[in-house]
Design a protein around this ligand. Structure first.
Ligand SMILES: [Zn+2]
Length: 171
């Protein structure tokens, strides 16, 4: 049994155990939004209504809306497989070359412009664009921003959480 913790702004913060939720509430750090339909929690001093959704009474720093495309993050997203040939790769390639991005006023280090590449493909492509090099991404591959950031991924959330998990406009 888990409890959904919302930020003061109404965003999803994390999921915690009932014990942890009750501890936050006891210390005045969180307030119940929705009680759980499950039976109350039994304590030495009696029964306490089980929370299902709580919100923090103080603002927490908002996590970045999307993780930054660091070398490590890009390699993980691409599972260390070369975006061009599919063989194991350990370097990150700028799809649209960095010097051209600079010249055109585009940001070079974006999720869409960074891919894992093997040494051979990296060398073959060099400072050229995809078209100039005559290379293509391997079938089915498109560089994109990862859809989830770890802690907001929920497996089988209880139905009563649905209205709290709707995407909200940034505060
Ligand atoms: Zn390759």
């Amino acid at each position: 049994m888990t409890v959904l913790v919302l930020t003061l702004q109404g965003g999803v913060h994390r999921v915690v155990s009932v014990r942890r939720a009750l501890d936050l509430m006891r210390r005045g750090k969180a307030v119940t939004v929705l009680e759980s339909p499950a039976p109350p929690v039994r304590w030495a001093r009696g029964a306490v209504t089980r929370p299902s959704v709580i919100y923090l009474t103080r603002p927490v720093p908002q996590p970045p809306r999307s993780p930054r495309p660091t070398k490590r993050a890009v390699l993980e997203r691409d599972r260390r497989a070369c975006a061009y040939c599919g063989r194991p790769g350990a370097t990150v390639d700028h799809v649209h070359p960095r010097h051209l991005c600079r010249a055109e006023g585009r940001a070079p280090d974006t999720w869409e412009n960074l891919v894992c590449a093997c040494e051979a493909c990296q060398r073959r492509k060099g400072g050229q664009t995809l078209r100039e090099s005559g290379m293509t991404f391997r079938p089915g591959f498109t560089p994109h921003m990862p859809r989830h950031t770890g802690h907001t991924r929920l497996h089988n959330p209880p139905p009563e959480w649905a209205e709290f998990l709707k995407p909200t406009a940034p505060a």
